[in-house]
Design a binder for this molecule. Structure first.
Ligand SMILES: Cc1ncc(COP(=O)(O)O)c(C=O)c1O
Ligand SMILES: [Zn+2]
Length: 473
């Protein structure tokens, strides 16, 4: 049985995070450095330490399954499961901890072909699969040999998140948030979104028969706006960046008692949904971990949770404890985590985004410091590429593998190429990349500077041959 504790106490980073929030240590303040919570022992020596494993009696699952408590990522204070997302001691982000039962490969393999095959590792009721939901997950892990050859890589797989109900990985996190929100009595499903989350929230709420309200930056891609509006919930375009939208959502979350903003006041539960990407990759590789993985970074939650999933699988004895390296991918026009990585900082300086990769355009990423922890602990890196390289990578993936990814996918593949060029990624190691969303939702970006020769021709052999010779020339 596995009981998860907190990441160990790290006052250095907490001070840095407060500085980022406007706290000036030189001016002083009445704010006190909190002591670690009673009952929490600072086992381990650094923030990258694994969750502690101890043996306990397993209690019967609650409406949150085998999740047993929340704990603060910064100071380790624990609290009861419920509708809180910030630590009462230090305002650090809260994380879900579990008292897991023994879990076997066979039991997981006998489960549904969706994220619910891992229900016992998520903070959800154990009958969750039987409730109306979008049944996301169990997307294919495609072996991409032609792309690998082009890149000079020995073995490359692509986790194709287009296979989800609204065509991005966001269906996973929303399904988990919805189940927890219903359990906590919330009546409305809401979010601030860079696009894909809005699609997923509107669809999941429609399926569950509850109201949805999504807030989006007004300049989102038209396909993402249309693909949200179709579900009939409330959609509110906001003048400003995603970070402005997010601030408004935080104020509303305080004001509207029965609204579950999935990535704000329900964030500890929501973020757990991304663990399922990591579980699936390991299971689909034949119950083992890849040697390298490249993950797109906006808030950073996906990357942090894939790492959490890998560590849980090791702790549970479901995979061998093999070394893996995690790499983060950002667009240069919104690369605060890559910049912090390069500079050797463990805090992230917010930026104003300017990139075609709008789904990744979060200038002040909530999980930025934890992304830095993960990549440094595993020997990875965070890097960025410009918009031209993003478009180039989208085309390369489509042309070599028949997979049309969105701009975030272009960022991920573009960064993989950059890491190879810079010698940071081992071409001989087995590598996985995440194709987190669908190119049909970012058509304009992919078409920019697009292929010529799309003018119509007359329906004659002569016209066709003329077109052929023009093309050859
Ligand atoms: C397609 C796509 N990929 C990746 C991400 C990054 O996710 P995270 O915020 O968990 O870093 C997003 C976030 O919106 C997204 O829409
Ligand atoms: Zn705390």
């Amino acid at each position: 049985m596995l009981v998860q504790g907190a990441t160990p106490w790290n006052p250095r980073r907490l001070l840095g995070r407060l500085t980022q929030c406007g706290f000036d240590p030189r001016r002083g303040s009445s704010w006190q450095v909190p002591t670690p919570a009673r009952g929490y022992s600072a086992a381990g020596t650094d923030e990258g330490e694994r969750p502690r494993t101890v043996t306990t009696a397993v209690s019967a699952p609650s409406g949150f399954g085998f999740a047993s408590h929340l704990f603060c990522r910064e100071c380790g204070a624990t609290s009861a499961l419920g509708a809180s997302h910030a630590c009462a001691e230090c305002f650090g982000p809260l994380e879900v901890g579990y008292e897991l039962p023994p879990v076997t490969r066979a039991r997981i393999e006998a489960g549904p072909a969706s994220i619910w095959r891992y229900a016992s590792l998520l903070p959800v009721p154990q009958d969750v699969a039987a409730r109306p939901n979008t049944e996301p997950g169990w997307t294919r892990l495609a072996r991409t040999d032609q792309l690998a050859r082009e890149l000079g890589l020995r073995a490359l797989w692509l986790k194709d998140e287009r296979g989800n109900p609204t065509h991005s990985f966001k269906d996973r996190v929303v399904a988990v948030a919805l189940a927890a929100a219903v359990e906590m009595g919330y009546k409305v499903l809401a979010c601030p979104s860079t696009g894909n989350l809005a699609n997923a929230v509107a669809a999941a709420a429609a399926r569950a028969g509850i109201r949805s309200v999504v807030l989006i930056p007004a300049d989102l891609e038209p396909q993402k706006i249309a693909a949200t509006a179709i579900y009939g919930g409330a959609m509110v375009p906001i003048e400003g960046t995603y970070d402005d939208v997010n601030r408004l959502a935080s104020e509303l979350a305080d004001d509207r008692e029965d609204w579950a903003f999935v990535n704000v006041n329900v964030r500890p539960y929501y973020a757990e949904g991304s663990k399922t990407i990591g579980y699936e990759i390991a299971e689909q590789l034949g119950w083992r971990l890849p040697e390298q993985i490249v993950v797109p970074v906006a808030s950073g939650a996906q990357l942090v949770k894939i790492d959490k999933a890998f560590r849980e699988l090791i702790e549970l004895g479901l995979v061998a404890d093999t070394k893996y390296r995690v790499f983060g991918a950002q667009a240069t026009g919104c690369s605060p985590v890559a910049a912090a990585f390069r500079a050797g900082y463990d805090v992230v300086q917010p930026v104003k985004p300017a990139t075609i990769a709008k789904s990744l355009a979060i200038g002040n990423p909530a999980d930025g410091p934890y992304v830095l922890d993960v990549v440094r602990r595993t020997g990875g890196a965070v890097a960025d590429v410009g918009d031209d390289e993003v478009v180039h990578a989208i085309r390369m993936l489509a042309a070599t593998e028949g997979i049309f990814g969105e701009t975030a996918s272009g960022v991920t593949l573009g960064v993989l190429r950059r890491l190879l060029t810079d010698g940071l990624l081992d071409p001989g190691a087995e590598t996985v990349i995440i194709n987190s969303g669908d190119g049909l939702k970012t058509l304009d970006a992919a078409a920019s500077g697009g292929p010529a020769g799309t003018a119509a021709i007359r329906p004659t052999l002569e016209a066709f041959e003329a077109w052929e010779s023009a093309r050859a020339a």
